[in-house]
Design a protein around this ligand. Structure first.
Ligand code: PLP
Length: 229
């Protein structure tokens, strides 16, 4: 297997090339290196190669990893990208830069409440099930506007945009990414502070080029950086 640093360099090349194709600047797309199931040593390797933004999906694994000696005291940002249950919010609320996987108003309410207890305001995204596969988490696209209405009022949880996991077929995925972008545009038209709603978290190892072409501002890449899980 290639090393993590050469994988990172290659992924960044591909991001740059997709950005050129899309007529976008590279700094419009944030790369989140998804380290779930990978060791703290692997995260450290990516950190040594200059990477600072990481994604984790499982609360327990995340809490253990951030305490690992390899990562102690390092300035890095964690994005929680897994589906987040309400009863787990308090365990991570003060340890993350952004939460991507919230799909219930009640979870956003819990986030605001717990953030307030820490004197924080925490950024998050609503997860949308654009592929409409029943097995997936996420709000139905048709219910996003209504859910967001309740979310806008929360004092300590700040809605910043939308997140999705697309279908495995890249041409399907492209259509779904486009739908997520259009859903965000509608949301902005209804939002009290549209300038906060800037983020589209979409695109993984198999489909990030399509996501960039459709306006992704955050892509979440695991396998192409850290190898197979
Ligand atoms: C695992 C995971 C990723 C990364 O997937 P890869 O195909 O390995 O790049 C991205 N987003 C979410 C929500 C994930 O759970």
């Amino acid at each position: 297997m290639e090393s993590i640093s050469s994988n990172l360099a290659e992924v960044k090349e591909q991001i740059a090339s997709a950005c050129r194709k899309a007529g976008r600047r590279e700094d419009e797309v944030k790369l989140i290196a998804v380290s779930k199931t990978k060791s703290a040593a692997a995260v450290r390797e990516a950190w040594d190669a200059g990477h600072r933004e990481f994604g984790e999906s499982y609360v327990q694994e995340f809490l253990e990893k951030i305490e690992a000696p390899e990562l102690a005291g390092l300035p890095l940002s964690w994005h929680f990208i897994g589906h987040l249950q309400s009863n787990k919010v308090r365990q991570i609320v003060d340890k993350v830069t952004m939460i991507h996987g919230i799909d219930k108003v009640s979870t956003a309410e819990e986030l605001s409440k717990r953030a307030e207890q820490h004197g924080l305001t925490v950024d998050y995204l609503l997860e949308v099930n654009v592929s409409r596969e029943g097995s997936k988490y996420g709000l139905d696209p048709s219910s996003v506007l209504q859910a967001a209405e309740s979310c806008f009022a929360l004092p300590n949880a700040r809605l910043r945009g939308l997140m999705t996991i697309a279908s495995p077929d890249p041409s399907e995925a492209r259509r779904e990414f486009s739908e997520l972008r259009q859903t965000l545009e509608k949301l902005r038209q209804n939002a009290p502070e549209p300038s906060l709603l800037t983020e589209l978290s979409m695109g993984m190892s198999g489909d990030f080029e399509e996501a960039i072409l459709e306006g992704a501002t955050m892509i979440r890449i695991g396998t192409a950086i850290f190898g197979w899980r």
